[in-house]
Ligand binder design. Structure first.
Ligand SMILES: *Cc1c(COP(=O)(O)O)cnc(C)c1O
Length: 401
């Protein structure tokens, strides 16, 4: 059967508007479509493909596990899940791990745990969840309501209650809301979907202090920033501020669906048998790949490489901007990169993304006015140089109109 983009409109629910390009093969940071046209991948499947496409460590882990055992459910545990949990516990503040299949599910677990912990310890009245405007936490009804754009949660009937939004990077705004009935504050250390915007160190420190003052749990949503993206294994390490609960997904599986919630023993003990669960969570295939991803990324070689490659992006984008004057600001937090468009290009990020694809470069947007890159953490320097050259042509084309 001839598969074409028009089949999407025929058989798929229309909640996405995918590109006309249908990739069929990837290797490292290069991708080829049905026609054999080659692309350089600065998108990384939205910060998922942390080791590029078909990295031998991930392919090896998947094939190896595929010949052993695929699925058991949580009636029995399995070796890859225990090994991945052990690796995450050894590498982070966490003492306990819960596995899910996505970022939203990891956040759902975190929010439910925070509510249950507060109820057990302090009583029913302590149920308020505070998060931040422009934040993004997933698309389940609970997580999308906690997210900071009400447009995403409107129109689906009654919303989960006791959720309030403060201003990101504005401690006074949080201080005005937080109280002894706040059970948790959920925050992305760097807002990804919201425009690639980092929390300041003072803000993150202040959020921690306010949480402590009101016995509220601090939840870091590191679904986008986790697993080496910023040059630290998790962004909290760079801030030197430790959350009570951390969620991780996206890059954790390097392209295989998996999510996890990390926390301490004292908090975890409130999710007793039967309180929460997932059929697929902790699936052996996902965990085997996740273990290979974490072990490969969590090395000085890869993490230092992220910082060096980020500098290449920063320099290259500044050079493009010196010529074409399209960016108000270039933000590089490791390999989570946001080029903020000047007011005269405001709302046109998508045009840059489409122009980039025309030049053989896969890019992303974050909102309507930020061009975002989230490439492989091991993207070869030569691919960065070539990709930026393609991007410059795309920028020139947008400028020309
Ligand atoms: C992508 C993302 C999510 C949602 O993850 P899914 O796997 O799509 O459910 C949640 N939080 C943040 C910060 C994200 O970037």
């Amino acid at each position: 059967m001839q598969v074409s983009r028009s089949l999407f409109d025929e058989v798929m629910v229309p909640n996405y508007a995918p590109s006309k390009i249908i990739p069929v093969k990837g290797q490292g940071s290069r991708v080829w479509d049905q026609n054999g046209t080659e692309f350089i991948d600065f998108a990384g499947g939205i910060a998922v493909n942390c080791l590029g496409h078909c990295h031998p460590a991930l392919v090896g882990a998947l094939k190896d596990q595929a010949d052993k055992i695929w699925h058991l459910s949580n009636v029995m545990t399995n070796e890859p899940a225990l090994l991945l949990a052990k690796a995450l516990v050894d590498a982070t503040f966490a003492e306990k791990v819960y596995f899910a299949n996505s970022g939203a599910e990891a956040n759902e677990a975190a929010l439910k745990l925070a509510r249950r912990y507060a109820k057990d310890k302090y009583g029913e009245q302590k149920d308020q969840i505070i998060s931040f405007k422009q934040g993004f936490h997933g698309r389940t009804f609970f997580t999308v309501t906690v997210g900071g754009q009400s447009a995403y949660s409107d129109g689906f009937g009654p919303k989960p209650e006791a959720i309030v939004h403060a201003e990101f990077n504005n401690l006074a705004s949080l201080k005005a809301i937080i109280n002894d009935n706040t059970c948790a504050v959920m925050v992305e250390p760097i807002q990804g979907e919201g425009g690639v915007l980092a929390a300041t160190a003072e803000f993150i420190k202040g959020v921690r202090e306010l949480c402590d003052a009101h016995n509220a749990l601090l939840i870091f949503d590191e679904v986008q920033t986790g697993v080496g993206r910023t040059g630290d294994l998790y962004a909290y390490m760079g801030y030197g501020v430790t959350p009570d609960i951390l969620t991780t997904a996206k890059a954790l599986g390097g392209g295989f669906p998996i999510g996890a919630m990390l926390t301490t023993t004292d908090i975890a003990k409130h999710l007793v048998v039967g309180t929460h669960g997932s059929t697929y969570g902790g699936n052996p295939l996902a965990c085997a790949v996740g273990l290979a991803a974490v072990n490969t990324v969590n090395t000085p070689e890869v993490l230092n490489g992220v910082k060096a490659k980020a500098q290449l992006f920063r320099d290259g984008l500044e050079k493009i901007n010196a010529k074409h004057h399209v960016f108000a600001e270039v933000r590089c937090y490791g390999l989570l990169i946001g080029a903020v468009l000047k007011p005269e290009y405001s709302g046109k990020a998508r045009d840059f993304m489409v122009a980039a694809a025309d030049q053989g470069l896969m890019a992303l947007v974050a909102g309507t006015s930020v061009v975002r890159f989230a490439p492989s953490l091991v993207i070869p320097d030569a691919d960065i140089v070539e990709g930026l050259a393609r991007f410059e042509t795309a920028v020139a084309n947008v400028v020309k109109g």
